[in-house]
Design a protein around this ligand. Structure first.
Ligand code: 2P0
Length: 343
């Protein structure tokens, strides 16, 4: 606090999460309610994280937001919905001084990884925004539904380890929340390797892509029928730490996500030739080993996320660098463990 200026601040970090059963498609756009439940692992924050500082002061004239040093608009529906929900809950809980509601907010957020390149930056970003504001406003209880209002997948970054986002059935979305299935200590040998194929912004944002898929893909209707069984199977594979089954389900679900994208009209294509070469490499490697040793999964972008067991990391890293030698700053990889949540 500088002399004479009243200001409250809070700084938090939030991790990205990588879905193994994907969220794709909404049943309610403004409330950000999904058509199906999804499961993800939360990554540790050493490699990929968002860091956000929020400040509130009577001396601020407007709400303002900077992302990676560049000022962004705050008058988007997502941000306004998230702020409205936070303030409403704060009023209900009487969690902070009343005059704060007339004070303006400044938000500074930075990612330590490519933004909007299909690396779950919006998940970490909105989780961090919701969490830092909840700390500032001294809110109590689960706030994953508030993060969800910013970006659906953000609700899963509120918890560490393996996380499920229940789609919920209520019209108001109060039961569409994230919860931890298993803590990160449940399967400490599980590692994640992220292969950055491109750090360019994706051509079709997830929100727009989902809308086209829901409106036009007949395959999507079949997917919605199949996902509940897949959620049960995945939960069981994680519970038993059955990597072979976990990998099979992860790869099948990623393939189905990209199949419904291609079945959309006009088609949406996130994977590139390099992404497909990674898929091919993984299947050849697993065939050679006689069981699934590695699983790939791709979000709304060409970058690959590989799940594997610790003892196989060295061999797979050497395989990746052999077939995909890094030639520039965009071809890097991150390694990490699924681990704790916002801090
Ligand atoms: C997921 N994705 O489960 C899936 C897999 C991308 C592919 O969640 O419209 O940025 O803001 O709710 O959360 C990306 O979707 O979309 C996403 P909105 P979001 O991780």
């Amino acid at each position: 606090m500088s002399q004479g200026v009243v200001m409250e601040t809070c700084t938090c970090t939030a991790p990205v999460n990588m879905a193994v059963i994907k969220y794709w498609g909404k049943r309610h756009k403004d409330l950000v309610l999904p058509l199906n439940s999804s499961i993800s692992a939360t990554l540790d924050q050493k490699q990929l994280r968002t860091k956000t500082t929020v400040a509130i002061s009577p001396s601020f004239e407007d709400d303002r937001l900077w992302l990676n040093g560049i000022e962004e608009r705050v008058d988007t529906v997502r941000i306004q919905n998230l702020l409205a929900e936070l303030r409403q809950r704060s009023i209900e809980q009487q969690s902070c001084p009343q005059e704060w509601f007339s004070w303006k907010l400044h938000v500074c957020s930075e990612n330590n990884f490519p933004t909007a390149a299909g690396l779950a930056s919006s998940a970490a970003g909105y989780a961090c925004l919701a969490f830092s504001l909840a700390v500032l406003y001294r809110l109590r209880g689960d706030i994953s539904d508030i993060a969800r209002r910013g970006s659906g997948s953000a609700c899963r970054s509120m918890y560490g380890g393996f996380v499920i986002w229940d789609k919920g059935t209520k019209a108001d979305g109060t039961d569409s929340i994230a919860r931890q299935l298993y803590p990160e200590t449940h399967w400490p040998e599980l590692h994640i390797l992220i292969l950055v194929v491109s750090d360019q912004k994706k051509h079709t944002c997830s929100t727009a892509g989902m809308e086209v898929t829901v409106e036009t893909s007949s395959l999507m209707k079949q997917r919605i029928r199949l996902v509940p069984d897949r959620i049960k199977e995945m939960t069981s594979a994680i519970e038993k730490r059955d990597f072979h089954k976990f990998a099979e389900l992860t790869m099948k679900d990623s393939n189905q996500l990209h199949a419904v994208c291609l079945d959309s009209y006009p088609p949406i294509s996130y994977m590139t030739d390099v992404s497909r070469q990674i898929v091919h490499m993984v299947h050849e490697y697993n065939k050679l080993k006689g069981q699934n040793k590695v699983a790939y999964t791709f979000d709304a972008g060409p970058n690959a996320c590989l799940y594997l067991i610790e003892e196989d990391v060295a061999e797979v890293v050497s395989l990746v660098t052999h077939f995909f030698p890094p030639i520039g700053p965009t071809e890097e990889f991150y390694t990490g463990l699924p681990t704790g949540s916002v801090a």
